[in-house]
Design a protein around this ligand. Structure first.
Ligand code: KIV
Ligand code: ZN
Length: 500
């Protein structure tokens, strides 16, 4: 029987804490739904003690998840552990993930603790956590730069105190596949009652080895892999879920392993995340990049036409990329639209379905064909809708090669409609300045990106902006077949988030 490898997703914790990846609660819940559809085994929902907002999101994710275990991270202190236990309480399968560094450099300079003090803390605090929640994961932070004999001692104490999963993080992305394999073999052979606990790894990608090291850990005896959608995470990120999962699927015989993941949900989940955090997936990104299944060279095309397996080691369909989907248009009726929602795995209550259908009809009036991607972004926008202090009433924007750009914007809030005009070096500057003057704040525009949702001149423009105000950064998104309208909507979406 192949070994089942549990997939522990930390997109909402390690991923979310990295620059430019922060999400609001509605966005985190949308990612939770995507992770559940993927059938991940464990969702690390956040770090409950770090802020009241984090505590609330861990709790809301714990209430939402139906099948995955829900985890909160905690340092080895009573306060952290109590907050984590409280936050994951509503989960069907609650888990606390405690960690303490074990490498000489971390113990000496960061913790200012001796190895004996570290052992004592693991003993007492893991036991304390076990008194609150049954399922306890212990991580030896910076494990791959720790002394192996000391690691065995630390993990053995954690097992004696009640830990059920032992995580071996490559915190700084320093290890190599050979070394990770040897370390896993060492630990699974020396830790107290190693056969009664699960070994896990959590690999960072500083040397681009996150996936390779995770897979080497599987060969060495790990049965849980920690990873994130698209590989987001601290610095160069974490091992990416889609890479480790598809490697295990494609090379199942070699690894003698399987996962529970429904790989046909991968593409959608990663795209949802990309849109939420406003970070484009690079075209050459393994598995999910735009070119991952494109065959450009004539000789390759010839081979693929004769037999796809000449150059394709996995099918686009296996990650949920359906190339030959029929498109919908303005003559498509409600039945066809609802059929498509079902095919895309999108379930909406009756009111949201009505709203989505009305939006689909409005879009089909402006655009010849409506693709699956159009429908997804249209529906997702509703799912993660935020409270809008200001809504766009109407706008006029003009520019030319020999005149300044001018923008007149009218916004509505609870006091009624306000309108103003501004000039700028271009249409975007003029429009954003007009919005600033109406709402009374002026965030810094850190990033602006415009992408077409599908092919064709009438494609919807999908704009994302990153706005910074008083140390807080948010992502705003806007969608329209008119790119100026999409930009205005994206900016206003960011402003509304900042005003929340
Ligand atoms: O990288 C790391 O070591 C971590 C731990 C908290 C598991 O994120
Ligand atoms: Zn990490």
């Amino acid at each position: 029987m192949p070994t089942t490898i549990k997939i522990f997703d930390t997109t909402l914790r390690d991923g979310e804490q990295s620059p430019g990846c922060s999400m609001n609660l509605a966005e985190k819940l949308e990612i939770t739904r995507q992770l559940e559809r993927l059938k991940v085994d464990v969702i690390e929902a956040g770090f409950a003690i770090s802020s009241p907002g984090d505590f609330e999101s861990v709790r809301a994710i714990a209430e939402t998840a139906q099948s995955a275990a829900v985890v909160s991270l905690a340092r080895l202190t009573q306060k952290d552990i109590q907050a984590a236990a409280e936050a994951v309480k509503p989960a069907k399968h609650p888990r606390i993930h405690v960690f303490l560094a074990t490498s000489p450099i971390h113990m000496q300079y960061k913790l200012k603790m001796t190895p004996d003090q570290v052992l004592e803390k693991v003993r007492t605090m893991v036991r304390f956590a076990k008194g609150l929640v049954e399922d306890i994961e212990f991580s030896a932070e910076d494990a791959t730069r720790s002394d192996w004999a000391f690691l065995t001692e630390v993990f053995s104490e954690a097992v004696k105190a009640g830990a059920t999963t032992l995580n071996v993080p490559d915190t700084v992305g320093y290890t190599t596949p050979d070394e990770m394999y040897a370390l896993m073999r060492h630990l699974t052979g020396t830790v107290y009652q190693a056969d009664r606990v699960a070994f896990s790894t959590h690999c960072h990608n500083d040397l681009g080895l996150g996936t390779a090291n995770s897979l080497a850990a599987v060969r060495g005896g790990a049965t849980q892999l920690e990873c994130t959608l698209g590989g987001i995470g601290e610095r160069a990120g974490n091992a990416s879920l889609e890479e480790v999962v598809m490697a295990i699927k494609t090379r199942g015989a070699y690894y003698d392993a399987v996962t529970h993941i429904d790989t046909t949900r991968i593409y959608r989940a990663c795209n949802t995340l990309s849109r939420i955090i406003g970070q484009r997936i690079p075209p050459n990104k393994a598995i999910i990049g735009g070119n991952a299944f494109a065959h450009e060279a004539g000789i390759h095309q010839h081979g693929v036409l004769a037999n796809p397996e000449t150059y394709e080691i996995m099918t686009p369909e296996s990650i949920g990329l359906n190339k030959n989907q029929m498109v919908l248009g303005k003559h498509s009726g409600r039945h066809a639209f609802e059929d498509r929602l079902t095919l895309l795995g999108i379930s909406l209550d009756a009111a949201k379905r009505d709203e989505a259908f009305a939006k689909f009809k409005a879009l089909a009036d402006r655009k010849k064909t409506v693709s699956d991607r159009d429908i997804e972004v249209l529906v997702m926008g509703d799912r993660i809708a935020i409270e809008e202090t200001y809504t766009l009433e109407n706008f006029v924007v003009n520019s030319g090669s020999s005149i300044d750009a001018t923008a007149t914007i009218a916004l509505r809030n609870s006091d009624g409609i306000k309108k103003t005009s501004m000039i700028g070096v271009g249409q975007i500057e003029a429009a954003f300045s007009a919005i600033d003057s109406l709402v009374g704040i002026s965030p810094k525009l850190e990033d602006y990106a415009l992408h077409a949702v599908s092919e064709g001149e009438d494609a919807q423009g999908d704009v994302s902006v990153k706005l910074e105000l008083d140390g807080r950064t948010v992502t705003g998104r806007g969608l329209s077949v008119d790119i100026i309208e999409a930009s205005i909507r994206a900016y206003l979406n960011g402003i509304n988030k900042l005003l929340q």
